[in-house]
Design a binder for this molecule. Structure first.
Ligand code: ADP
Ligand code: ZN
Ligand code: ZN
Length: 740
């Protein structure tokens, strides 16, 4: 038996895995993640490595393969757990072990010479002293000197160490390698509050909050770990509940990770955590440099923080004693990685929690179909929070049928009802948000007179218009000529919906010359921080109306917004995607939830060409149950996730003819290997969205199966198949499980 071993997990070059023979006495004891000592290089010096995989075959010259020297006797380090997690991700999401390791491990970037560096002690006092003793014993004077200095002062200026203490880089590196110290570069991102800013707020929890907090605490203290799903309307006090759960975990000497989508990670939210946990909180966001992110990770590793807050990648914070992972806005598509391995943070968090004896809490006002499906099947513990914590009313929602508007002679993109309510707001000095739903806009064709949308006869998703004048299905490749007359009602008002945010802004100016309007879309947010600036200007009531795409739906609270208009609510229904109903429901519910967050009651207007579509009807009624019931029936009927599982195999290459041939072979191969299982279905190949980008052609084959493991097995087989068949080395193949 042979083990794959990675020896250097800290540096950017992390890219080489070596094979070692497993000595007989170690057989059966090794598994991915375990630390081993291996002989390395010409001199066979012994170095530390981590097992990343085990196999029966050796890819190298057998006579040259070295043997693993030993398994060090020590507790399992966090790095080992993360390596094991990477192995799990590689297996379940595809890609290489190196890609998985790079996703999971905090990787030190090349150091910038101009940046001021510091050395930070990673050991606690006692272990440090023992280490000092050891160096003295071994007569390693330089190491001992540095160790003693670090015990005096846990954070040393690099300059001071090299100049005053006269310690050379190899010594520093050696201690770094032994995990004694970390070399930090750049500014460490610190809490803007002093420790004294911490307040013990006394909140009277609502009965709904109390019940969840108590149940969690009871379970936790008894050592029971679950995944909990909190389905709570916006403003029901979920964040307060998370903080209370975190307190329980931190009291036990353990740490917590809080995942929040970047866009919702606002100053307000961050401050709430700081106020509660002081400088034991660290924040991770995309504005930090790679060096700063690494520093944050090292602070967590060294036990200097208890709570890490950040987007998806914060999931891999190397806490030594993780107790809880919270995923807020659990339904957000940003929790799915768009790079290989295309992992989902929810599943990966649950896996990490299992292996580290931690709990998981998912929260959302509109839980994903996945989460609710699992909760209903008893895999998660489900909590409902139906009331807003401060007794505000939910918004009053009106649906406007835009076909009727057209019949009544209104050709504008704003309905009369919406304009009427806007005028009222302007008179009262209250604010309005106009939200143009353009999510996943993909050139579908719809009839403005009857609302009909042209769909694929096989897949029940909308067909997309291509420049060559055809309409195609992105799942199965079905194709037909573009229609110019509505096949339902014969109207010539059929085509692509083209309104943009700019047009809406112009229209608002025309209709209400006195109104101050802000616009937020791709064009106005190109510059750094533009996004924040627009939102804070609107929060400061420097404008009466904010027009924008879905980016305005999340994040900030605007207490003076009492009206939300959703234009083209059904636009997102017809993305060529089985999740379109779910996304539409989520967007509309969130949009409606934006109105009336303050003291004043809110109203929302949903404009649509398809008012009787269940996603729109149930969103207008703010009835999640009803939506879930309809949607899960559809998923069952079509065999889509979460009822069944879907694997997308993306194939791309520059040579179109070769690509076509490769796709054919692959499809045949998949059909062949899956013949044993009756529930496997292979669809495609089709072009995924855009067929050709920068001279690279792309295709996708979908494989549907009841059980996830079958898809993993197919992925493994395909990986081996393309490895041994030449021709595929001129194509790129990627896997995406349950794509979003
Ligand atoms: P969610 O995360 O569900 O949207 P939050 O936790 O942000 O809800 O709560 C919404 C608002 O209500 C916040 O301003 C929060 O401070 C406040 N709040 C939450 N729980 C309570 C409570 N029990 N009593 C008073 N105010 C509360
Ligand atoms: Zn029609
Ligand atoms: Zn189709």
């Amino acid at each position: 038996m042979f083990a794959d071993v990675i020896v250097d997990i800290q540096h950017e070059k992390l890219d080489k895995i070596f094979q070692y023979r497993i000595p007989e006495e170690m057989e059966g004891r090794l598994e991915p993640g375990m630390q081993v000592l291996v002989p390395f290089g010409k001199g066979n010096r012994q170095i530390k490595g981590y097992v990343t995989g085990i196999s029966e075959e050796c890819d190298y010259d057998l006579s040259k393969v070295k043997e693993i020297a030993e398994i060090p006797e020590r507790g399992v380090e966090i790095e080992a757990k993360l390596v094991a997690l990477a192995a799990w991700m590689k297996e379940n999401y595809g890609g290489t072990m190196i890609q998985a390791l790079k996703t999971v491990l905090p990787i030190k970037q090349k150091e910038n010479a101009k940046v001021k560096k510091r050395l930070r002690l990673l050991l606690d006092e006692e272990t440090g002293k023992r280490q000092l003793h050891y160096y003295l014993e071994k007569n390693q004077k330089a190491r001992a000197r540095l160790m003693a200095a670090l015990l005096d002062d846990h954070l040393l200026e690099y300059e001071l160490v090299t100049k005053k203490l006269n310690i050379t880089l190899p010594v520093i590196r050696a201690l770094e390698e032994q995990g004694v110290l970390a070399i930090e570069s750049e500014q460490v991102f610190r809490t803007p509050l002093k420790e004294t800013g911490r307040q013990e707020e006394t909140i009277d929890y609502t009965p709904e909050q109390r019940r969840i907090i108590d149940r969690f605490r009871e379970d936790y203290l008894q050592g029971i770990r679950h995944t909990y799903l909190i389905h709570g309307v916006t403003g029901s006090g979920k964040t307060e509940v998370y903080m209370e759960m975190i307190r329980t975990v931190v009291e036990q000497g353990r740490q917590a990770i809080v995942l929040i989508p970047e866009i919702a990670l606002t100053y307000q939210t961050v401050m709430r955590f700081y106020r509660r946990f002081g400088d034991r909180v660290a924040i991770m966001n995309s504005r930090l440099s790679a060096g700063e992110r690494y520093d944050q990770m090292m602070r967590a590793r060294a036990g200097q923080v208890d709570v890490m807050i950040g987007p998806r990648s914060a999931l891999f914070t190397p806490f030594p004693n993780l107790g809880l992972i919270v995923i807020d806005e659990e339904h957000e598509p940003t929790y799915k990685s768009e790079q290989t391995p295309r992992y989902h943070a929810r599943e990966t968090a649950i896996r990490r929690a299992q292996t580290e004896d931690a709990g998981v809490v998912l929260g959302s006002a509109t839980p994903s179909m996945e989460a609710m499906y699992r909760a209903r099947r008893g895999e998660y513990v489900l909590f409902e929070m139906k009331n807003r914590s401060r007794m505000q009313q939910m918004a009053q929602v009106y649906t406007v049928d835009m076909r009727e508007e057209l019949k009544n002679g209104n050709r504008l993109i704003l309905s009369r009802k919406l304009m009427e309510l806007m005028a009222e707001r302007l008179a009262k000095g209250e604010q309005t948000m106009l939200f143009l739903n353009r999510r996943g806009y993909s050139g579908f064709i719809s009839c403005r007179e009857c609302g009909h949308v042209v769909k694929c006869p096989h897949c029940d998703v909308s067909l997309s218009v291509h420049r060559d004048g055809t309409m195609r299905c992105h799942y199965c490749g079905y194709e037909q000529p573009k229609v110019t007359v509505c096949p339902e009602c014969g109207s010539r008002y059929i085509g692509e919906f083209r309104a943009g945010t700019q047009q809406i802004e112009d229209l608002v100016h025309q209709a209400f010359p006195q109104a101050r309007v802000l616009r937020m879309d791709m064009d106005t947010t190109r510059q750094k921080d533009a996004h924040e600036k627009i939102l804070s200007a609107f929060a400061n009531e420097e404008a009466d109306v904010l027009v924008g795409t879905q980016m305005i739906v999340k994040g900030h609270d605007f207490p003076n917004v009492t009206l939300v208009g959703v234009l083209a609510a059904d636009m997102s229904l017809y993305t060529a995607d089985y999740r379109s109903g779910e996304r539409t429901f989520q967007l509309l519910t969130q949009a409606a939830g934006r109105a009336g967050r303050g003291e004043k009651p809110g109203e929302a207007v949903i404009q649509t060409y398809d008012p009787s579509h269940y996603a729109i009807e149930t969103a207008a009624a703010q009835d999640y149950e009803a939506f879930y019931g309809e949607e899960i029936r559809y998923r069952e009927l079509m065999g889509y996730p979460p009822v069944e599982n879907l694997l997308a195999v993306f194939i791309s290459g520059e040579d179109e003819a070769l690509l076509e041939k490769g796709c054919r072979y692959l499809k045949e191969y998949i059909l062949r290997v899956s013949r044993g299982s009756r529930d496997v279905q292979v669809i495609g190949p089709a072009g995924p969205g855009i067929d050709k980008i920068k001279d690279v052609y792309r295709r996708v084959i979908y494989v549907k199966a009841g059980r996830y493991e079958i898809l993993v097995e197919i992925k493994n087989r395909v990986e081996r198949y393309i490895e041994i068949n030449s021709g595929f080395d001129r194509m790129r193949i990627q896997f995406d499980f349950n794509p979003m």
